[in-house]
Design a protein around this ligand. Structure first.
Ligand SMILES: [Zn+2]
Length: 472
């Protein structure tokens, strides 16, 4: 029985990877592929890491796991939730609310209790697992936070699998205190050390999920074609393969899978063009972001890089009308809204209504009824089925996003080259960005070494079942 190591690489993309593979410059990846295979998966919408990770870990879409984005408006608490992008960031910003949302609420409150993470699933069956640095990691064990972060955040311990690392923020009895010099425990070297220690532990866990956040940052800065992160990840894989006397020995003991979570789209160099300012797009309405009180605003907005949630704060607003106005800005790709049992999707070319059910199934066995023109989403309907074009699973992805939280709201996605901006939201002019629903953001690689076992379907939501199958 092999143990399984899953390496989730933030923003790993097929294109630079394939180019370098063809040039035979990636010994680590090549070794895995020659002892397994390579394929691609389709992600979930919005393509933000917390949403993706929640789907990987629970095998469900956002309407089921309940994490709508990195940033979203929690209507029952009248506030914007923002998970930040890494613990280090949060400590730098000193934002305690952000810290509590990330460290505690994301896993213990916001991630639905109706879904089960892979760690919970395995622990209930007496199978041990480990999580290295993933933001989403709910499990049945408790782990104490290191002083003074426990006092600062008012959080004594966090839930996770039997073995858990969150950078160097947990009190694990070691001296490794998180500082900028050790990247707070989130760099390649730190993740490598933590992962190798777990792989060689006398009571080693059956499953390890390790997360590499660095590639995302480089690609945000330098754009989706940058190759350095792929070389870095390959070196990481080589080190992991070197854990036992030979690379073959390592694959005998550990099945190794490497996957992306979402890709990135380029962002134009021209700042005025590249950034879709939400205050301009939604003028003359007043907007609620992280700062202002709700009474003064018409709409709450939550930008997630290349997508944005827009929430009306009073009831008589005509959202489809607003959507049509928004689409006059030709940088906006589509606007989607929840309906009773489905989604209302508008593009500049027209609109369609999507509902679960009916007699036409998509390639994943999901049945849909469509009113309007499915060609708007590059989908073809035949007598019994739906055929996706450039956007595999786009119906379920849209449905998942617009039912990720209570209505009413609209979800905007930008065309490649652009991103949404409001107040201090991060921007990536001349670099790369994600959050949208374009082909590049939705397509991620999966490389598996040590088994030829395949996932049932090639989607992020099929990875939980795939990990379980690999453990069998
Ligand atoms: Zn990112």
């Amino acid at each position: 029985m092999a143990n399984v190591l899953f390496i989730v690489v933030d923003s790993l993309m097929p294109q630079p990877l394939n180019t370098l593979l063809q040039q035979r410059e990636l010994p680590g990846f090549s070794f895995l592929i020659s002892h397994g295979y390579q394929t691609t998966l389709t992600s979930v919408f919005p393509t933000m890491s917390v949403v993706n990770d929640s789907s990987i870990l629970t095998g469900t879409y956002p309407d089921e796991h309940g994490i709508p984005g990195l940033v979203w408006f929690k209507r029952d608490e009248s506030r914007i939730v923002d998970y930040g992008d890494a613990l280090g960031n949060i400590i730098r910003q000193g934002a305690l609310t952000v810290g509590r949302d990330t460290v505690k609420h994301l896993n213990d409150t916001h991630l639905s209790q109706q879904v089960e993470t892979i760690h919970e699933y395995l622990a209930k069956r007496g199978i041990s697992s480990a999580s290295v640095n993933l933001m989403v990691r709910r499990g049945l064990s408790k782990h104490p936070l290191r002083t003074p972060f426990n006092r600062l955040l008012g959080v004594e311990s966090v839930s996770g699998p039997e073995y858990l690392h969150l950078g160097y923020f947990l009190d694990d009895g070691t001296e490794n205190f998180p500082t900028p010099f050790n990247q707070y425990g989130y760099g390649y070297d730190q993740v490598k050390q933590m992962t190798v220690n777990l792989m060689t532990h006398p009571n080693r866990p059956r499953l390890i999920i390790s997360y590499l956040s660095d590639p995302d940052k480089t690609i945000h800065k330098e754009g989706p074609d940058v190759r350095r992160p792929v070389y870095d990840v390959d070196r990481f894989i080589q080190h992991i393969l070197g854990t036992f006397p030979s690379w073959e020995d390592t694959l005998q003991t550990w099945t190794i899978a490497v996957m992306g979570d979402s890709g990135q789209s380029h962002v134009l160099q021209n700042k005025a063009k590249a950034l879709i300012r939400l205050d301009e797009l939604l003028s003359p309405y007043t907007l609620l972001g992280m700062g202002k009180g709700q009474n003064e605003a018409d709409l709450a907005v939550a930008p997630n890089e290349r997508s944005a949630y827009v929430y009306p704060l009073y009831s008589q607003m005509d959202l489809p009308q607003l959507a049509k106005r928004i689409l006059r800005d030709e940088r906006v790709d589509l606007v989607a809204m929840p309906t009773d049992k489905g989604a209302h999707v508008l593009t500049a070319k027209g609109e369609l209504f999507l509902r679960k059910g009916g007699s036409q199934s998509d390639p994943y066995g999901q049945a849909w009824e469509v009113e309007g023109d499915p060609a708007l989403l590059d989908v073809k309907g035949t007598k019994n089925c739906w055929e996706y074009g450039k956007y595999p699973d786009v119906f379920r992805q849209l449905y998942g996003a617009v039912h990720s939280q209570p209505p009413p709201f609209a979800l905007l996605a930008a065309k490649p080259g652009y991103e949404f901006q409001f107040q201090t939201s991060p921007t990536h002019v001349g670099g790369g960005s994600h959050g949208g629903i374009s082909e590049k953001e939705m397509t991620v690689p999966l490389i598996v070494g040590g088994t030829t076992r395949k996932p049932v379907y090639n989607r992020l939501v099929d990875m939980k079942k795939f990990m379980i199958d690999c453990l069998a």
